[in-house]
Write a protein that binds this ligand. Sequence first.
Ligand SMILES: Nc1ncnc2c1ncn2[C@@H]1O[C@H](COP(=O)(O)OP(=O)(O)OP(=O)(O)O)[C@@H](O)[C@H]1O
Ligand SMILES: [Mg+2]
Length: 374
Amino acid sequence: MAGVGDQPAAALPPAAREALLHYVQVGSLQDEGAVLDAARHLPLDRVECLWEPYLLLAARVREAMGLPGLTVEQTVPFRDKERMKQRLDAAGIRTPWHATTTTAAGVRELAARIGYPVIVKPIAGAGSADTYRIDDDAGLEAALPLLAHVPEVSVEEFVDGEEFTYDTVCAGGRILFENISWYRPRPLIGRLNEWISQQIVALRDLDAEDLAGGRAMGRAVLAALGFQDGFTHMEWYRKADGEVVFGEIGARPPGARSVDTMNHACDADLYSGWAEALVRGRIDQDLTRRYNAAAVYKRAQGQGRIVAVDGLSRLLAEYGDGVVAVDLAAPGEPRRDWQASVIGDGRVVVRHPDLATTLEMADRFATELHLYAA
Ligand SMILES: Nc1ncnc2c1ncn2[C@@H]1O[C@H](COP(=O)(O)OP(=O)(O)OP(=O)(O)O)[C@@H](O)[C@H]1O
Ligand SMILES: [Mg+2]
């Protein structure tokens, strides 16, 4: 494997450094010319990228070098949320009512046309940044100044319901691996309330009846976008009446170390599985889903440095090998920015074949494990 990055080779995590045969450092990954130049000097057969902001760059490198995989034109519907939904509307997929605008007056007009509540968000956002649920005119006027720096926004019907992912690894347009994760609570709510320990639960039983609609929608979305090879991460909503609504899709794995959570659900390695899919067109691993695996993300209370972790030893003693990952900021480390990443001050992953038991364990870690900073 070969890498192009903006860090010195010595600063790469050991696992990445050891896996690379070649590494070229560029001044900035935003310097497209420098990246193309670096790539031309590497023996490349495929170009993959797991970070949303550089998916178009990866596509440009592929095009410049005549490599297989998503072109720029094929990548745009995965990046631009309006183009994405237009394509899916044309394929008959249920998306939230939506339109875009570049002005404050435009937002007011669309909100009036759609009716509150509405969602306003950047057309090419990530990490729920600059995303607002707006319930009335006063809320709209309060949000507009916060959106002034966003060049173009999408205004959408607010879809009330539960929120899930639909993730895949594909080769040659065939789905080799599927995952559905359940967000507890919805990401926007988790993102706005610091006291919440967000959970992302990779579900064991994808054949459950209440997931069938979302799973079928996920397959239809991949077909509509003509996705062929690699990882995908889609989000969808299920309303109280059972209707499923498309949220968004990325041509990359999910973030927040959710691939690790999927690995815990299957006892597999989907990072190498992704590579196998690209290189051989198949995954030679047992991908049977044996567990529900729940990642619980923690935020410390207080500011400054972590001074104490409370409740961990008791919960570990109680749940034993049901706890498969504990990756928390250690005492002495500075608190991380909880608004900048889902992971925040760390995560715990628990798993169990039974969903109710998994959720019970996850909720105990959400409510009884505390990190304190001072
Ligand atoms: N139309 C909608 N109806 C209801 N909730 C919505 C809608 N659009 C967005 N949201 C909420 O806002 C969150 C962020 O929106 P979205 O996923 O489109 O943006 P994002 O910034 O790409 O998110 P991320 O990178 O965190 O997945 C969603 O997970 C959902 O909770
Ligand atoms: Mg999202």
